[in-house]
Structure formats: structure tokens, C-alpha cells
Design a protein around this ligand. Structure first.
Ligand code: SF4
Length: 397
């Protein structure tokens, strides 16, 4: 750095790139330009750097540059003519989800999220029997045993240990909790442990149940943290944990903490529930919102051909949409590139928390974290595009 260089720091920046939505980042401002190189989380570094470096400012029609007027007119025409538009992805913040619900209502479409299968599975479990859940703050301050279940939590929530599990600054405990990690292949272990805890006979034991049982029996507040759970046993694993927590609560305190997969999943569900009364997998084709967790699954609607237009909304991720037979409008991250087929229309939008302000629900759903606009950028947000598409022409029924 020479003597003319200026170095400042932008403090308390919130990060939208995983379900933890950390709000304690500091970004150095070097000669009035923000850099992400010193962020101590690789996932955040990648997300911020990609948004800082994104340069696309104009839409594409079939991969060719077009004016905003041309692209919006064509997108509006496609939406008005669609039989059942599907507003999917929703990898964004509250304003993106709100725009999706508003467009689904106006154009008579359905909404789903990239992780709709997991959201729908959890909703069904909750609706059928309820569950006892905790918050991130409560786990950090009170839990003395954490059974950490899921596929590669370090990759999905890079600062989970630092912020929640390994912290020594705890309000109601002197030392961090015991951590018992389990991967997604843990159904037998959990089922046997639950049976043994209840004093039921088990036909065959499995390695590890002695240790887990001893830890659960000796804990005052065991918490089962459930992260990303791929595979066919995911539902049974969650149901077993729900049952374990219920059993333990007969005599002590215990809870679940469902972290989800991030990518705006909690925000999409809560925001949609607030605006349409149900959440994702709700369809407005009949003129009123109707939820069906199986029928309005995005993948099913695309594969069956029931939807004839995919509107993929992804302001937080550069990953392209699924390659489908339907015409596609992408309202997406300005650094998104298309390796397979180009969408019919690509409308680049600002990234929440970098190019525009916004809001994102933290994984436990208890805190709505405000996101700051960090740099100037001419790109619109999904909400602006939504208004422009809706206001082109009233829908004819
Ligand atoms: S843990 Fe997640 S929210 Fe926190 S800084 Fe890393 S990517 Fe961002």
C-alpha cells in the first residue's frame, strides 16, 4: 500500500450466503472499493467476490443482448399467455419471495422453492404431530449435548462450530456442549437408541448406541441439530428425532434445531405463508391460493408438462436453472452463466446484501436479518421487475 492508499472498514455486514446469515462480518474498503479477501469464511468470500465482480447490466433474449424494454415486453407477453407459470428457485431474500408470490397471484401460477422437497417433508411432519424446537441462541447458551445430524454441515454452514457449538462465551453454561456428529446414514442408530432409552427390547444392537445412549442419559439439555439430509431415510430420521425429543422431554428438557439447506428456503416458506396463507407449493390458477405439497411440487409440474413456463428466481446464486423443455424466464444473479441451453429471457437483478438492501430469515426462523446495500449498481431488484411485468396490462380472465 502506498501513502496515497486509503483503507477503511465497513463493519457489521450481514452475509446472505448460507442459512446462518452471520451479521458480524467486516469488509475492508480499499481506495473506496470493497474487497472480500479477508472474510474468514470461504463460502462468504466466494459469494461476495462473485457479486462484487459481476458486470452484466443488460438482459438477454435467447442468449443475445436486448434492451430492458424488449426483454420486459416479451417476458410480460409470455407470462400473460402461459397456461400455468411456475415461479421456482426462489434462491433469494424476502423481497424476491414476495415478488414471486405477487406474480403467481397476478398471472395465475404456482410457487415452489429449490429445496421444496425438504420444506414440504418438514411441513408434513410438523402438521401431523408437532415438534419441540429450539433457537440458535438457546443452543449456543444452554445445550450441553448436541447431536449434529446431516450431510457435511461444515460445507453447508461453515461457521456453525465457531458461532454456535464451540463458543466459550455462554450465558447459562461454562463450557461448550459435547458434540456427537452423525452423518445421514444414522437411522438404525437413532431408532435403537430411542428404543433403549424407553426401556424397550431391541433385536439387534448397532455400534455406537451405547455411547449415544450414555451421552443422552447424562445430559441436562440434549439438542438434535438437523442439517441438510439427502436420501430416502431423511423423513424417518427426522421423525425418530422428533420422537426422541418428545420422550426425553418427559423428564428433562430437549429440543430439535432444524437448520434447512439455506439458499433462502426458510425465507421463501415464511414469506409465502405470510402472503398467501400457506407457503410454498401453492397455486393461484383458480383465482385463490390452494396449497398441495405433492401436486404443486416444482419438479413434478415441470416433468409432467403441467407448467408451460418456468420463471426461475435466483438472486443469491449464480447456478443456472434446471434444463427443462419449457420456455424459461430467469430473474437471476448478474454473474449467472448458462452451460447447457440459454433461457428464453434472462433478466439480471441486484444481489440482496450487496447491490441492494433486503431481508433474510436466519435458519431457525426467529430472526429476520436486514441486509445492507454495499455498492452502487444500476440493476433492478425482483420487486421492481415484478411491478413492471404486472403493470404492463391487466390480466384477462
Ligand atoms: S457461515 Fe454462512 S452466513 Fe456466515 S459468513 Fe459463512 S457463508 Fe456467510
Amino acid at each position: 500500500m502506498n501513502r496515497h492508499d486509503r483503507l477503511d472498514t465497513l463493519a457489521f455486514v450481514s452475509c446472505p450466503f448460507c442459512a446462518m446469515v452471520c451479521d458480524d462480518l467486516s469488509l475492508p474498503v480499499h481506495n473506496e472499493a470493497l474487497t472480500a479477501q479477508q472474510i474468514p469464511c470461504e463460502k462468504a468470500r466466494t459469494g461476495f467476490t462473485s457479486a462484487f465482480q459481476a458486470t452484466r447490466e443488460t438482459p438477454l433474449i435467447h442468449g443475445k443482448e436486448a434492451t430492458w424494454k424488449q426483454a420486459l415486453q416479451q417476458a410480460g407477453k409470455m407470462l400473460r399467455e402461459a397456461r400455468l407459470p411456475l415461479f421456482h428457485g426462489l434462491i433469494g431474500d424476502l423481497l424476491d419471495s414476495k415478488a414471486a408470490v405477487k406474480m403467481a397471484d397476478h398471472f395465475g401460477g404456482a410457487i415452489d422453492h429449490l429445496h421444496g422437497d425438504a420444506i414440504a417433508r418438514n411441513l408434513q411432519i410438523y402438521q401431523q404431530g408437532g415438534w419441540q424446537v429450539s433457537s440458535m441462541g438457546e443452543v449456543r447458551n444452554r445445550a450441553d449435548l448436541v447431536v449434529l445430524i446431516g450431510h457435511d454441515p461444515q460445507e453447508t454452514y461453515p461457521r456453525l462450530h465457531e458461532k454456535l457449538l464451540d463458543s466459550t462465551e455462554r450465558l447459562h453454561a461454562d463450557s461448550p456442549p459435547i458434540i456427537h456428529p452423525l452423518n445421514h446414514d444414522c437411522l438404525d442408530l437413532l431408532s435403537i437408541t430411542r428404543a433403549r432409552l424407553a426401556g424397550k427390547p431391541v433385536q439387534a444392537d448397532t455400534a455406537g448406541s451405547d455411547e449415544l445412549l450414555t451421552q443422552i442419559t447424562g445430559a441436562n439439555y440434549p439438542v438434535f441439530i438437523i442439517g441438510r439430509l439427502p436420501g430416502k431415510n431423511a423423513e424417518l430420521i427426522i421423525r425418530t428425532c422428533v420422537g426422541l425429543v418428545r420422550d426425553i422431554n418427559e423428564t428433562r428438557r430437549s429440543a430439535l434445531l432444524m437448520l434447512g439447506a439455506g439458499e433462502g428456503d426458510m425465507t421463501a416458506q415464511l414469506s409465502a405463508a405470510w402472503h398467501n396463507g400457506f407457503g410454498i407449493r401453492t397455486c393461484h390458477a383458480k383465482g385463490y391460493p390452494e396449497q398441495d405439497l405433492q401436486r404443486y411440487a416444482g419438479n413434478r409440474l415441470m416433468q409432467s408438462g403441467e407448467t408451460d413456463l418456468l420463471v426461475w428466481i435466483s438472486s443469491l446464486s449464480c447456478a443456472p436453472p434446471p434444463d427443462v423443455a419449457q420456455n424459461t424466464i430467469v430473474i437471476g444473479h448478474p454473474a449467472m452463466s448458462f452451460t447447457q441451453s440459454e433461457p428464453t429471457i434472462f433478466l439480471p437483478v441486484g444481489v440482496p446484501g450487496i447491490h441492494r438492501s433486503g431481508y433474510l430469515h436466519r435458519a431457525d426462523g426467529l430472526r429476520l436479518v436486514p441486509l445492507k446495500r454495499l455498492i452502487d449498481n444500476p440493476l433492478p431488484g425482483s420487486a421492481t421487475l415484478c411491478e413492471q411485468l404486472i403493470s404492463q396490462e391487466p390480466r384477462t380472465c
